[in-house]
Design a protein around this ligand. Structure first.
Ligand SMILES: Cc1cc2nc3c(=O)[nH]c(=O)nc-3n(C[C@H](O)[C@H](O)[C@H](O)COP(=O)(O)O)c2cc1C
Length: 201
């Protein structure tokens, strides 16, 4: 059985949804795993760690329909510091919107990196409603797919999986608007303030 290095590419890795997805993966994987957050200072160290693993699992959120800059910068360093034995690269990506296919472009970005740099592309799990699903009963759908993802990487029978909350767009929009409005309220911010660019300042 191989071994899997799990790298969290979320810009808010220490308190991210990606961290929760990665933990579920480790708990449900029979192969040896090691987990690290990607930070701006540990790129070279992570590149050298890759030598010890047969597989790399990149866990990250969708940011502006693509991969977050935290992960992009790491991949740039990896391009310059490739390990002698290249692991197979799998992806666990989550996005805020309902549709798991929103993640397709980000997955293709990793696929392109693999093709251009000589890595075998492995399995993919695309999660829609990734900000919310773990705190709902639909968490079980994620767990089921994460188990399948782990089994596929362990056996090197790579596959593409997806999951999301089984809700209509209308219901999801209603529920997520209520969630974020309450979230803002708890932090002293109104819905109107959240709808302006001032929120960035
Ligand atoms: C700056 C930013 C950009 C985002 N862009 C998208 C996007 O294009 N599509 C989408 O579905 N979700 C988007 N999201 C939502 C995140 O993918 C979602 O909240 C995810 O659960 C965050 O995961 P993390 O906690 O692991 O970082 C964005 C979030 C942020 C903060």
């Amino acid at each position: 059985m191989g071994s899997i290095l799990i790298l969290n590419g979320s810009p808010r890795a220490p308190r991210s949804n990606s961290k929760r997805y990665a933990a579920l993966f480790s708990e449900n994987c029979k192969a040896r795993t090691a987990y690290f957050n990607i930070s701006s200072k540990n790129h070279v160290e992570l590149c050298s760690k890759l030598e010890e693993f047969s597989d790399l699992l990149l866990v990250f959120p969708l940011y502006a329909d693509g991969i977050p800059v935290t992960l992009l910068n790491f991949l740039k360093t990896l391009e310059q510091n490739p390990p002698a034995n290249k692991p197979n690269v799998s992806v666990l990506v989550n996005c805020g919107f309902l549709e798991s296919r929103q993640n397709d472009v980000a997955v293709r970005m990793i696929g392109l990196f693999c093709r251009q740099n000589g890595y075998r592309f492995g399995s993919v799990l695309k999660i829609g409603s990734g900000e919310a699903i773990l705190d709902t009963p639909f968490r079980l759908l994620v767990l089921w797919k994460i188990k399948k993802l782990a089994a596929s990487i362990q056996s090197a029978k790579y596959c593409t999986l997806q999951t999301t909350m089984p809700l209509s767009k209308k219901m999801f929009l209603k529920a997520s608007t209520a969630y974020w409005t309450n979230f803002g309220k708890r932090n002293g911010i109104t819905k109107e303030q959240m709808e302006t660019m001032q929120i960035e300042k």
